[in-house]
Design a binder for this molecule. Sequence first.
Ligand code: KIV
Length: 290
Amino acid sequence: MIVSVQNTIRRLTAPDIRARKGGEPIVSLTSYHAHTALIVDAYCDVILVGDSLGMVMHGLETTIPVTLDMMILQGHAVMRGSKRALVVIDLPFGSYEASKEHAFASAARVLKETGCGAIKLEGGRRMAETIAFLVERGVPVMGHVGLTPQAINALGSFRAQGRDEADWAPIEADARAVADAGAFAVVLEAVAEPLARRMTAQVAIPTIGIGASPACDGQILVLEDMLGLSPRVPKFVKRFGDLGPSIEQAVKNYAAEVRARTFPGTENVYPMRESTITKLPERGKGPSRA
Ligand code: KIV
């Protein structure tokens, strides 16, 4: 029997994450590249290829222009860089809202072309029918409620949700709808802390908080935000690193060395092989003329 070497490390699956409700916190980060995925994979349960890549990688103002092809390309990179974490890929704006059939076609492309384990889509009650349709057809779905950045044009600004108790009911109904529709987990973004805590207690699936509550079943941040690489970050981001200044220093040093011609040094260039160096004939011992 031939055993595939690719199967020696088993990836976490959507049911594994679903089973973590109320258990050990689910550690999640975004990644869009193979090299960061390799690092993140060693410590995280879930890697999200988020549509925030539009802002982080492409300098867009919002996630609206992000396309399915962009998500699939970076999804490939992250799958190549990771071995153990569940990789979840965002369906971008315009790739799933028109109909549940359209959502299935987009989700199927993502799963087939990248080999990832699940998709994420934004929206609560309005997406419940679509989520159920996808789940019934073998697509694991992570929901996303509270602040939904793809709705920026309708919302007008990125603002925390549920800071007045009067606003709680529809947000709670969204999380319940996503859970009842069969999602395996739900992201709660920028939701007032007491509300996020209450929603976590109410729904049967794990909640993954971003600007939500330590009571959530897991947490997620955008990697570049927590590394100190993003120029502007929301209040809920804690900077666990400060890579901006060290990258700037490295680039500054490089530029100075190139200008001074001290880079590349002898250790950074390729000498000729000994055997290929043309030996000049000694005087008087040259080849005789025929
Ligand atoms: O796109 C993204 O990075 C996200 C996270 C903020 C949850 O959806």
